[in-house]
Design a protein around this ligand. Structure first.
Ligand code: ATP
Length: 635
């Protein structure tokens, strides 16, 4: 029924990055077979549903045969009234059975279709959670949202209706046409002649509709992205009076989607017109020829009636075939988009044979970055970084904006991987341990704090397993309180329900500084051996930052800390400072040592105190000769 094709348009955005392979174009059948991976548990019910639907269609085809026998027998010969009544009762029985089977089809198929949708959605979400941050940098949120919602609904509709009905319709048409040919071969051939233009139309329809279906889904994803971005940035849009522009952009995108949908509807209308008009036309011709054949005694009246009644049954699935093809092509576009995401291998996966995390020394955990190289896009951001974070000490990382500090920080909890070199925690490469094990050891806190629409308690205790006993719960409550105190989050006590107060979506009911303190408390509550912080207290005053750092040392003695510093006060709190310059660590020492000996460091510090309009690495900054690293630290 479906001509083979290879229409698999790649989305305009979210192209694979270097090192990632582009998805291979697949035929519609091959794509849909991939989807059956999730339908396996549902196969028995799908088969039962298919049998019920097929039974209903074949019963519908049997009724004209009864008519043929009745007309040729009791009706024309007036042999017996009982024969007619029996035939009428048979037709009634067949009709009721057909209705019962149609009902069973829906009952059998409804559950598996929703199960397939549920499993595919859960698997996709799991896959998205598992992906590294580079994946989420690349994929637009709206596209992922659309793939996990609208696209999956389309696949469900296909599994629930399209798949079974396409098979049943095809079988009904084939069986019906065979019956028509055997009932009256001359009329059957006339009917079959109409199939030639229909196959050609089906072919052009498939190509045209498949492209439009893919375009519509991509445009719907872009539209979802625009809504998401605008709602997220609503304050900025309002503050800068850009609401009208945002509306204009949205209306333009919505209009493009509407045009694509109209194009789809017109394409479908054309094919629907053809699949209705051509069989009706051939039937009209067949009726004329049939009556002439009856008058010539070349055909019985019963055969003519049977032929026309069978044709009426066959015409029904034939008229629906356009809609079924459209449902299949819509689902195929949705399935392609789903598979593009779910089949992407995770570049930061767990090793096949994981090692246990390393054993910390008496002073705590040691972290080493050895000859680390990281390429982002086409830029080598880190190029030969060597840095040691001494056990139980705090290292501040400084560098100009865009020098790669956040990138370096993400390597330690393995939110991204090195392209070359290695990162070791207590002598073990982070790529050799399970990510879950590593992240129980390394805890991050970021400048842009991410909170979830849950209570303060749930946000702070996010890194801990749910308590299994009242004693454990009490222990976690005490730990949360200490973490909140250390993060200087005293404001929580003044919230309406204290730690049980909801923080709103993304913590938006709190101020920036309050959100940062909760995010820091969350990192502390995880009691990590290694704490990596990307300027986590940039939104609080210097006194609070000092109090938080002191409390941190007291609460987590022996924790090895790396903190990206954007202001001199943070640097002053560190045991040692590492300078990131031109993709590598150019010096490690104390704040005073570096101030004395390192011109670039002096420049970075003055840049922190008096930020220039724009300072890109290697442009405005002086590039002094590399300063020797004090012995015993770093490198
Ligand atoms: N996903 C990405 N794809 C391509 N380039 C990226 C990506 N993420 C970051 N970069 C680039 O990598 C460089 C380093 O970024 P990074 O965020 O690590 O700098 P940073 O030192 O932390 O900057 P800042 O001090 O402003 O926070 C920047 O030039 C940035 O534009």
């Amino acid at each position: 029924m479906m001509p083979p094709d290879t229409t698999s348009a790649s989305p305009a955005q979210n192209q694979p990055t270097p090192g990632e392979t582009a998805p291979k174009p697949r035929s519609t059948a091959a794509t849909m077979v991939q989807i059956l991976r999730w339908a396996r548990p549902a196969v028995p019910r799908l088969i039962l549903g298919g049998i019920a639907a097929l039974g209903a269609s074949l019963l519908a085809l049997a009724i004209p045969q009864v008519l043929r026998v009745v007309v040729n027998g009791p009706l024309l010969t007036s042999e017996s009234r009982t024969g007619v009544i029996q035939a009428a009762l048979l037709v009634l029985g067949l009709g009721c059975l057909e209705a019962l089977l149609a009902w069973s089809r829906r009952v059998f198929i409804a559950t598996p279709a929703t199960t397939v949708e549920h499993d595919m959605r859960t698997d996709l979400f799991d896959h998205l959670l598992d992906q590294p941050s580079s994946f989420h940098d690349r994929w637009a949120g709206g596209q992922l949202l659309q793939r996990s919602m609208g696209d999956l609904s389309s696949i469900r509709r296909w599994v629930a209706f399209g798949l079974v009905m396409l098979i049943v319709s095809t079988v009904t048409i084939v069986v019906g046409v065979v019956l028509m040919v055997t009932t009256a071969w001359q009329l059957g051939l006339i009917y079959l002649a109409g199939a030639i233009p229909m196959v050609w139309l089906g072919f052009t329809f498939r190509t045209d509709y498949a492209r439009a279906a893919r375009r519509a889904r991509d445009q719907a994803g872009d539209l979802a992205g625009t809504v998401e971005e605008s709602v997220h940035g609503i304050r900025v849009l309002k503050a800068f009076g850009r609401g009208e522009d945002a509306l204009g952009d949205f209306a333009r995108q919505a209009d493009e989607l509407r045009e694509t949908e109209v194009h789809k509807a017109r394409t479908l209308a054309r094919v629907s017109l053809a699949v209705t008009a051509i069989p009706e036309g051939t039937l009209a011709l067949g009726l004329g020829v049939g009556i002439w054949l009856v008058t010539q005694d070349a055909l019985s009246v019963g055969a003519l009636v049977g032929f026309m009644a069978t044709a009426a049954v066959v015409n029904r699935p034939l008229e629906n075939i356009g809609q079924l093809l459209a449902t299949t092509l819509d689902a195929r576009a949705a399935a392609d988009r789903y598979l593009e995401v779910i089949d992407l291998p995770n570049a930061v996966a767990d090793p096949a044979a994981p090692r246990p995390v390393g054993t910390p020394g008496p002073a705590g955990s040691t972290v080493e970055l050895r000859d680390v190289r990281v390429v982002l896009g086409h830029r080598t951001v880190l190029d030969g970084v060597d840095l040691t974070l001494p056990a139980g000490r705090t290292t501040a990382l400084v560098g100009l904006t865009g020098s790669g500090k956040s990138t370096l920080l993400q390597l330690i909890p393995r939110l991204m991987d090195v392209d070359e070199g290695s990162v070791l925690v207590d002598g073990v490469d982070v790529r050799e341990v399970r990510r879950g094990d590593l992240r129980r050891v390394v805890s991050p806190a970021f400048e842009d704090p991410v909170l979830f629409s849950a209570s303060v308690r749930e946000n702070v205790l996010l890194g801990l397993e749910a308590p299994t006993s009242p004693a454990e719960e009490a222990e976690q409550t005490a730990l949360m309180q200490r973490a909140l105190d250390a993060a200087q989050a005293g404001f929580v006590a003044r919230l309406p329900q204290g730690v049980d107060t909801g923080v709103g979506e993304e913590g938006m009911s709190l101020s920036g500084g309050q959100r940062q303190r909760l995010a820091l408390a969350r990192a502390i509550a995880a009691k990590p051996r290694v704490l990596v912080m990307d300027d986590p207290l940039s939104a609080v005053d210097v006194a609070t930052e000092t109090a938080a750092t002191d409390a941190l040392k007291e609460l987590l003695p022996g924790t090895t800390t790396l903190v990206v510093a954007h202001r001199p006060s943070t640097v002053a709190l560190a045991d040692q400072v590492a300078v990131l310059q031109d993709g590598r660590i150019s010096a490690v020492g104390t704040h005073e040592e570096l101030l004395r000996s390192h011109a670039h460091y002096r420049y970075v510090i003055s840049d922190m105190e008096h930020p220039p309009d724009a300072a890109e690495p290697g442009q405005d900054a002086p590039t002094p000769a590399p300063t020797p690293v004090p012995e015993g630290v770093g490198r």
